[in-house]
Design a protein. Sequence first.
Length: 395
Amino acid sequence: MDKKQLAGIAQEFGTPSFVFDESTLALRMREIKRIVGESVHLCYSIKANPFLIPAMQDLVELLEVCSPGELEICQSLNVDPKTILFSGVNKTLADIEHAMDAGVVRFTAESPLHIRLLEQAAAARDTVYPVVLRLTAGTQFGMDERDLLDAIAHRDAYPHLRFEGIHYFSGTQRAKLDKDQRKELAMLGEFMDRLERDYGFVCEKIEYGPGLFFPYFTHEDHSDTLAPIRSLAPDLQRLAERCELTIEMGRFFASECGTYLTEVIDTKVNCGSRFAILDGGMHHVNYLGGMMGMRVPVITHIAGLQHADETEADWSLCGSLCTTADVLVRKITLSGLAMGDVLAFHNIGAYSVTEGPALFLSRNMPRIILANDDGARLVRDVIHSSAINQSNINK
């Protein structure tokens, strides 16, 4: 979205607001699909931004859901349950049963306990459910190779589960393809060979999270943000010749389509340094790798009605919270910054909308605006978090 469009949205809906451009998202997703080809399927991890679910339904084959709450969001939006992959490390029997009764048919298993719970729930419904087994990358996610191989070896003990393949994800924002993703893809191919050779198990599906890098900060290269998927596509396509390959991402898919609008509420000079106080803050803005405001994200300065001195000056951009941690940018050079101006933080389509400490200081949660070629619309108004941060026992 250009500066004029963002200024109009800020004037119409106010600040702080998140603006998610569905047209930008669609263009990016279609180009990604063109790059990887028809043999590679796409899965959107909705934890990155649940407000993009309606747009993403037409752009990907699967939506990854990692909690009962995320499943409820999908149900409220009438998402086809057959397009949901129910994942997450904390699955209770009740969670699994609820998902099955909601029509979900795809599950991941991140532990031996998950396998037992899935079998119990499936047996009670006398239905066979497809399951992908998550292999750990050394974190709390997934299963140790020992447990996964034991499940494969004893798969006949789970007559109501059909193990289809492997789920693997080791991290996000990884820029070194040769060291990371290509090495992982080779490992997965070798692991498939081992499963067939030693256990007679043919791996039909791989759910893989490449964790591709997206540039958030001004010192990074923004010339082609799709370069990582262009480079990795041949490796993905080779693996897709052997099985049904789905790549699962959130940040890489969604970051580009988001903008955060916040107004300058106050300006001052303290001990020779200029500070701008914004009506937003770190409870809304969270760029992975931001290093407490030391790195500068891409920001557009939208001037207000005041005619300030147009001389360039260095500013610290600070939020509304009473903590020294609420510094969005420690040093940025801006021209004529004044109270009433709006700052547009770009590339914020993933995670910030749900990841920040929204309840701290009982500040309001921002508006959510969806935009496309037909205009902009408010999809969530301000939420007063003070209602959440107080007891209602004596009311």
